[in-house]
Write a new protein. Structure first.
Length: 100
């Protein structure tokens, strides 16, 4: 993930996508994928026109963690649910969450 983050900082967004794709394809657990998803969301979301795609990537990752959000709901209600989930997870140990 460090390489992908470095490529993101250097503006090499294609390399970020390629690297993250490889990480996700070869990761042994979701715990290994989460930092890659985070980097990909930042990369995709850095272009204002791709913020929807970044949100979709984040929602897909949350779905893999068991948190599902309907894309048919309103944008405001989706943001409210995301914020509520963020508050519930704040201060929680990722290792404990991932082991459940």
């Amino acid at each position: 993930v460090s390489y992908a983050e470095t490529e993101y900082c250097n503006g090499n967004f294609k390399n970020v996508r390629d690297t993250v794709g490889s990480i996700i394809a070869h990761a042994k657990s979701l715990d290994d994928k989460v930092p890659a998803y985070k980097t990909l969301c930042r990369c995709v979301g850095s272009a204002k026109l791709n913020s929807f795609e970044a949100a979709q990537i984040g929602l897909d990752a949350l779905g893999q963690l068991g948190e599902y959000f309907s894309l048919k709901s309103s944008f405001v209600s989706s943001l409210a649910e995301i914020f509520k989930t963020k508050l519930l997870l704040m201060g929680k140990n990722v290792d404990i969450i991932m082991s459940k």
